[in-house]
Design a protein around this ligand. Structure first.
Ligand code: SAM
Length: 268
């Protein structure tokens, strides 16, 4: 496996390509053309069309849940979206916080931040801000955010302990988070774990579900609970790009699972 920096460069390269492709084609979604979390690996993204605040140009089909659904965001709140991409969840959160609130999106991929800013300027929003930066060292002040949201991103972060420490640092005491992410139950076959496309596709960087929840608690969060969950199915066709028929059969009978979960936790 690559170094942490090597992994991040690969992730940046992949999502930079997706953002540029969406800009060039004007496509609202990149699916079917070499997507990240929901195109070339499995369909993970939920349907946002009916969500208030939805902006089609910001929806690249890269999520694996709808974190705002269970985020308990109030009018006037300051909300932070980690790995905001082109701003899909930021614009939904903005509708909830209203004119008095603020929504900040952070992403490490320059082309994503450019696309998010283009969306923001088109809409003329004053209380939305996109910042280029890394989750492991957030460009956000300590104790300054009411609610953190994130959609299908932390599985891509090699140092998840550091990510949750940063989430804890920037939340106000009494603040909370709602994070949709991919987790595993049981072991994935080694060829899947080693595949670069499967890492960038939000599968092989995922942690075991129990370990993930333990990490959250170890970072100091309380009231930790899984608010939503759904299984993610990889097709035989995709798996056979990495596995032999007998490895595939073994995997199918092993009971191992890939899941999307939306986790909630509070900082005291
Ligand atoms: C699967 S996409 C999800 C984008 C967005 N949340 C959505 O649902 O449309 C993952 C995003 O996380 C960003 N990302 C991955 N690792 C990151 C890190 N360590 N720090 C900041 N952003 C990161 C990528 O650049 C990419 O835009």
């Amino acid at each position: 496996m690559k170094s942490e920096q090597g992994i991040k460069n690969m992730v940046k390269e992949k999502y930079g390509r997706i953002a540029r492709q969406a800009r060039e084609t004007g496509a609202a979604s990149c699916c079917g053309s070499g997507c990240g979390c929901s195109g070339d690996v499995a369909v993970m993204a939920d349907d946002y069309f009916q969500k208030e605040g939805y902006v089609a140009e910001a929806d690249l089909g890269l999520g694996c849940g709808i974190p705002t659904d269970v985020a308990v965001i109030n009018p006037g709140d300051t909300v932070l979206d980690l790995g905001c991409g082109a701003g899909n969840d930021v614009f939904v959160a903005r509708r909830i916080v209203g004119e008095e609130g603020v929504v900040i999106g952070v992403d490490m991929t320059e082309a994503m931040i450019e696309k998010a800013n283009a969306n923001k300027h088109k809409l003329g929003f004053q209380n939305v801000e996109f910042r280029l930066g890394e989750i492991e060292s957030l460009p956000v002040g300590s104790n300054s955010v009411d609610v953190i949201i994130s959609n299908c991103v932390l599985n891509l972060v090699p140092n998840k302990e550091r990510a949750f420490a940063e989430i804890h640092r920037v939340l106000k005491p009494g603040g909370h988070f709602s994070i949709s992410d991919i987790v595993l139950r049981g072991n994935l076959p080694i060829p899947i774990l080693g595949a670069v496309e499967m890492y960038a596709g939000c599968v092989s960087g995922a942690t075991q579900r129990d370990e993930y929840l333990e990490l959250v608690e170890q970072a100091g969060f309380l009231q930790v609970s899984v608010k939503k969950e759904k299984p993610i199915t990889l097709s035989d066709e995709i798996l056979l790009e990495y596995l032999t028929q007998s490895e595939l059969a073994q995997f199918r009978s092993s009971g191992a699972m890939i899941e999307s979960i939306t986790v909630y936790g509070e900082k005291t």
